[in-house]
Design a protein around this ligand. Structure first.
Ligand SMILES: Cc1cc2nc3c(=O)[nH]c(=O)nc-3n(C[C@H](O)[C@H](O)[C@H](O)COP(=O)(O)OP(=O)(O)OC[C@H]3O[C@@H](n4cnc5c(N)ncnc54)[C@H](O)[C@@H]3O)c2cc1C
Length: 409
């Protein structure tokens, strides 16, 4: 080992977590050297494409107890870290550096510029200004211990440091390296995906969105449900309700090989009995009017037609002509439309991996491995992921900050 390949702190991965850690480490320790190794020619590429090019930086959910509820994996472990460093700290960080954020629906925070480039540019500028060394096109091939030092083998040369941070996101190759170091890895599966349906009974309604509750029975006979807008697409279903369900069900839906029955409740505030009673009243009061002309529940016209026809009711039928079975069928459709899902598709705006470094092996006060000293983790490399809304980046910022401040001594 010589001066040239030794650093005080080496970071594997030049994404959100790697940069946030590098910038804070260099701020706390201006006289120490820090190097970020990034396999691609450019840095922060996910930040660049995030949030449809606008970067949903964080979420304005300030109480850590509420914030953690958005993390299917990591909710217990992130509580302490969020008390230490939460969304307000992130908002202040960006504001102090001239990038104000604004709040949109459901607390989602974006740069006022509406451009992820302002976030990328700021992180790049700060890293360069503070002397964080950046090594692009440098792929980490091996991580091993040599005496008190970590030895990092890359496609270019070997580096040594007493402290290293793994911020490699969902890199299968790095998880494999970590496994070889006896770090337990929870098998990664995708999260935040949309549902594919084939044949698609509602394909003709694509583009239509409605407020619903959806539920799925998982492989271990539990129910996962979520409320919110459901978007009908050409290939199946998307929208916040689906993405949230895909996050909470990431592991069990993988076990089902993404083949399951989706139940849609189009009338979230009415019980099955309420719906049936309303339909009976309509039958009594709207006699000669045709079914399709009275849209009691204010559905988009095409959706109402679909639900009526799916209940086995003909187009021209009048309310008075309906028998009890048809009314029950319609109530079932309204409260519990069942559709077979046959696969998943990628949600282009945001997707993450569920799985990664087993959280039981990490000390969340420092983000240091409990198995090896001097080995730290931040971001998506951990078995932490969230629903959409800026929560995934918040995990990256918080864990990176905690790791870098733990090294502030
Ligand atoms: C399209 C898209 C949009 C998204 N939008 C949002 C959003 O708006 N809000 C939000 O909260 N979340 C969003 N996410 C999720 C968010 O991007 C991730 O949770 C976040 O980037 C994780 O940060 P990270 O630093 O842990 O990992 P990453 O950002 O993935 O960074 C890891 C880096 O490590 C590098 N690396 C991997 N292996 C090696 C190796 N062997 N050697 C060297 N370098 C290596 C990678 O090339 C990468 O640059 C989005 C995700 C996607 C895919």
């Amino acid at each position: 080992m010589d001066e040239l390949n030794h650093r005080d702190f080496i970071i594997v991965g030049g994404g959100a977590a790697g940069f946030y850690a590098g910038i804070h480490f260099s701020k706390f320790n201006p006289n120490k050297s820090v190097l970020i190794l990034e396999q691609s020619p450019s840095f922060l590429s996910k930040v660049k494409v995030s949030g449809g090019g606008r970067c949903n930086v964080t979420n304005y959910t300030l109480d850590p107890k509420d914030l953690v509820k958005n993390y299917p994996r990591g909710h217990k472990e992130l509580l302490g870290p969020f008390y230490a460093y939460g969304p307000l700290d992130v908002i202040s960080f960006f504001e102090e550096h001239g990038i104000p954020l604004k709040e949109e629906d459901k607390g989602r925070m974006f740069p006022v510029s509406n451009s992820s480039a302002s976030i990328v540019n700021l992180l790049m500028e700060l890293a360069q200004k503070q002397g964080v060394q950046l090594s692009p096109s440098t792929s980490v091939k091996s991580i091993s211990k040599q005496g008190d030092y970590w030895k990092i083998g890359t496609n270019k040369k070997e580096y040594f440091a007493k402290n290293i941070l793994i911020a490699s996101g969902s890199s299968k190759a790095i998880w494999k390296q970590l496994s070889a170091l006896e770090i337990p890895i929870v098998e990664p599966v995708p999260s935040l995906f949309t549902f594919k349906v084939d044949p698609h009974p509602m394909g003709a309604l694509s583009g239509l969105s409605s407020e619903v509750e959806i539920s799925i029975q998982t492989s271990d006979k539990k129910y996962i449900s979520s409320r919110g807008p459901l978007l009908i697409t050409h290939q199946g279903f998307s929208g916040p309700a689906v993405l949230e369900c895909s996050a909470w069900g990431a592991r069990s839906l993988a076990d089902l090989n993404y083949q399951f029955e989706l139940c849609i409740n189009w009338l979230v505030d009415l019980s099955h009995q309420d719906v049936l009673e309303r339909l009976m009243e309509l039958k009594s009061n709207s006699g000669t009017k045709t079914m399709l002309n009275i849209n009691e529940f204010n559905f988009p016209k095409r959706l109402w037609e679909y639900l009526v026809l799916s209940a086995g009711i003909q187009k021209g039928e009048q309310w008075a002509q309906l028998n009890k079975i048809q009314l029950v069928n319609l109530a079932n459709q309204l409260n519990d439309t069942r559709i077979q899902v046959v696969g998943k598709s990628t949600f282009k705006e945001e997707f993450v991996s569920a799985g990664g470094v087993d959280l039981r092996s990490v000390n969340f006060k420092t983000m240091e491995s409990k198995i090896h000293s001097g080995l730290y983790f931040a971001g998506e490399v951990l078995n932490i992921d969230a629903i959409t809304g800026g929560y995934n980046f918040q995990n990256a910022w918080t864990t990176a900050y905690i790791a870098s401040s733990a090294l502030n001594n």
